[in-house]
Design a protein around this ligand. Structure first.
Ligand code: SF4
Length: 366
């Protein structure tokens, strides 16, 4: 065994005794593991648990998921964010049923052929569910490796990432037989629980004696990362468009894009040199071909996504039945609904805040 790999056995022993008891760790079912890996992308463990359990209750098998209407899926996913994950999961379940008899393929290479499964997720599923000896490299593992091996290069650079992959591959043959999945999970768990981004708990660390950054007192300066550019911010408008029956107009986004497949209050992004009201009037014309009376600002909502932030301005609008009927030029579908019916549709978190405010308002009429 090379010196580099000495940490593996103590790490596995620590994982056996200290790993958090999570529902997807109590199963070998590849579908359950797949679902957990998709939900855990970009989302905290504590947030995922109730979604994971609710999802499996509603769709106990891949076939149940494949045959479900997409709207049911989106509704269950509501609030978890990154909705393309739900759409891809649905499409992949249909691929699994159509091409693999309802059983997930057993290798990372074959798993990568499924919609929404990238190299990281394919490797995680293949190692955890099927024991394939393939490493994973997520943010947690990168941080642990950069400290264990005291890597001085910028981990955002492709060359450094490639070197990390090579190191991860070279370590794999040293993992005891049948433990590839546990090893991958133990690295991620160490990163989550002990080797945290800020203030790593080196005194409680099961691999401290093998950690080069700790030995050199450099753990707080690893991983080395170049500064990120500031997060962009966008002003976005939307219309709470009421008809004469006191119903609201909602539209369904097309399937592409970050929030694709979700319902929304129609509107869009502010362009240079226009007012918020002008922006909304233009967007409604472009999206639905309608002209409405833009009224008072109802609510301003701030929301942060991973790569950008928005301020959403929701305006009261009045639609008269004598006006031209809406036509979906830039949406998948539109509907008039009562406020009480909104909960049956899947909306983004920002729109959900508007809905909450609508419910709290005693008089819903303009
Ligand atoms: S000793 Fe500290 S820096 Fe090194 S792996 Fe453990 S927690 Fe991370």
């Amino acid at each position: 065994m090379t010196e580099d790999a000495s940490f593996i056995v103590p790490l596995l022993q620590w994982f056996e005794s200290e790993a958090a008891d999570l529902p997807w760790r109590r199963t070998n079912d590849p579908y359950h593991i797949w679902l957990s890996e998709i939900m855990l992308q970009q989302t905290q463990v504590a947030t995922v648990v109730p979604y994971y359990e609710g999802f499996l209750k509603r769709f106990p098998t891949v076939a149940d998921l494949a045959s479900a209407p997409q709207d049911d899926l989106m509704k269950l996913w509501e609030g978890l964010g990154y909705y393309s994950r739900a759409r891809n999961l649905h499409a992949a379940a249909q691929q699994v049923v159509a091409s693999h008899g309802g059983h997930l393929p057993r290798t990372a290479a074959d798993l990568e052929e499924l919609k929404g499964i990238g190299p990281y997720t394919a490797r995680a599923i293949a190692s955890i569910a099927f024991g394939e000896r393939v490493p994973v490299l997520d943010g947690n593992v990168i941080r642990v490796f950069s400290r264990l091996f005291d890597i001085e290069d910028d981990v955002r650079q492709t060359a450094t990432k490639n070197a990390l992959w090579a190191r991860a591959e070279a370590l794999m043959p040293h993992v005891p037989e049948g433990r590839a999945g546990d090893y991958n999970q133990s690295l991620m768990e160490l990163g989550r629980q002990v080797c945290k981004p800020r203030q790593p708990r080196c005194l409680q660390c099961p691999v401290a004696q093998y950690c080069k950054a700790y030995a050199r007192g450099k753990q707080a300066r690893r991983p080395v990362k170049t500064r990120k550019p500031p997060t962009p911010h966008y002003d976005v408008t939307c219309g709470l468009i009421w008809n004469e029956q006191n119903q609201l107009l909602i539209t369904k986004r097309r399937d592409d894009g970050l929030l694709g497949g979700l319902w929304e209050f129609p509107g869009g992004k502010l362009e240079d040199s226009e007012t918020l009201e002008e922006c909304l009037a233009r967007e409604l014309k472009e999206e639905l071909g309608i002209t409405v009376e833009v009224g008072e600002l109802f609510l301003k909502v701030r929301h942060a996504y991973t790569h950008f932030k928005i301020t959403l301005y929701g305006f009261e609008c009045r639609y008269f039945s004598t006006a031209q009927a809406p036509t979906c030029y830039e949406c998948a579908e539109w509907r008039w609904v009562n406020v009480d019916e909104l909960s049956a549709y899947a909306f983004s978190r920002a729109d959900r805040k508007i809905i909450e405010a609508l419910h709290e308002r005693p008089n819903r009429l303009l």
